[in-house]
Design a protein around this ligand. Structure first.
Ligand code: KG4
Ligand code: ZN
Length: 336
């Protein structure tokens, strides 16, 4: 089965073709990040308009890369939510209309299921069941995964998502949007031990998270380090970034270890934008080695939003006999 995947839930336009026999045939991605940086965050109306501009050229590009014509497709998968409603509508209406025109099925895919399954696109994927840590800009969840569509929520953030905390902490340090990768880069030059940030909710049982306190901690630390002109010296900036990153990563690792112990499972996958973080990968590699478990993640391009994960997730659902009706599905909020 050959599936065209379309992702337009936020600020990346992603299109890909996944073949259930041959794997990924083509994958194109356009990031709007530069356009939104000027405003310090994603501007929903600008995002929708840009998806409209980019989607059809990207579909053409992917068809050429795959050596296919539209008539070779067996189905279309599009992100149906959660996300920005206007942005979702672009991918949903285009995907639905294309499928209708071609006389093939369409399926609305849950964006987080896409992220969750992205590591399956890599060479030695995990096999079910496994524990998944989903860490993106909008979600932080620990999930027990027994199969496609068999997801049990083990814990989640009660306030900010991990990626959101990275972005907000970055803003407080005067860094641009999106701040996650910038904090990570700055942290490489930092001393991780100079400041000690809290590890929220790790001193009590349970698998939930809370990251909003770290934001305040970052702000207070930054304020206390400003000189008379309000400037923080570059080394101190790097030290704060390193302490913040260490606190988030440590907290995530503590909860992952707990989840592995509580479920007795020996495979951990990490997915979503923050799973691209090098320090998180390093720390979790240590965790799984102590637990005699294995760690899986996607290549950095498939950690953040992309069309390949939607094509893959859609293909799995379609092969299990599911498809969406003629409704153009777009749900800004949608539990997985
Ligand atoms: O999964 P994603 O692309 O979009 C959502 O579904 O939200 O995740 C984006 C988030 C942003 O908050 C971004 O700052 C964060 O992932 N992120 C990172 C890194 N790369 C992206 N956070 C920390 N370290 C990184 N290397
Ligand atoms: Zn995402």
């Amino acid at each position: 089965m050959r599936v065209l995947g379309i992702e337009t839930s936020c600020d990346e336009t992603g299109v890909a073709v996944y073949d259930s026999e041959l794997g990924l045939l083509g994958d194109a991605l356009y990031s709007q990040v530069e356009m939104h940086t000027e405003y310090g965050g994603v501007v929903p109306e600008l995002a929708s308009r840009d998806h409209i501009r980019k989607l059809l050229p990207l579909i053409r590009e992917v068809m050429t890369e795959s050596g296919l014509v539209l008539a070779d497709l067996d189905a279309v998968a599009y992100t149906a939510g959660p996300g920005l409603i206007g942005a979702l509508m672009v991918g949903a209406s285009t995907g639905r209309a294309l499928a209708l025109g071609l006389g093939i099925p369409a399926i609305g895919v849950h964006h987080m299921e896409g992220h969750l399954l992205a590591p399956m696109l890599e060479e030695s994927p995990p096999s079910f069941p496994f524990v998944a840590l989903l860490v993106s800009g909008g979600h932080t969840q620990l999930v027990r995964v027994d199969g496609i569509g068999e997801y049990k929520l083990l814990g989640e953030s009660l306030d900010d998502a991990a990626g959101e905390a990275f972005d907000k902490a970055a803003k407080m340090l005067g860094l641009e949007y999106p701040g996650g990768p910038l904090i990570a880069k700055l942290a490489e030059q930092g001393d991780r031990t100079r400041f000690r940030f809290p590890r929220p909710m790790t001193d009590r049982p349970g698998l939930d998270f809370s990251f909003s306190g770290l934001k305040t901690f970052t702000l207070n630390t930054a304020q206390s380090c400003r000189d008379a002109e309000g400037v923080i010296d570059p080394q101190t900036m790097a030290d704060i970034a390193a302490a913040f990153e260490e606190a988030v990563v440590d907290t995530l690792a503590i909860k992952c270890r707990r989840a592995l112990r509580e479920t007795g499972l020996k495979q951990l996958i990490i997915a979503g934008g923050v799973s691209a973080n090098r320090r998180l990968r390093e720390k979790l590699a240590e965790t799984v080695s102590v637990e005699k478990a294995s760690l899986y993640y996607a290549r950095p391009r498939f950690c953040t939003d992309n069309g390949a994960m939607i094509a893959y997730a859609g293909c799995q659902r379609l092969m299990a006999g599911q498809q969406s009706d003629l409704t153009i599905l777009a749900r800004p909020r949608w539990p997985m």
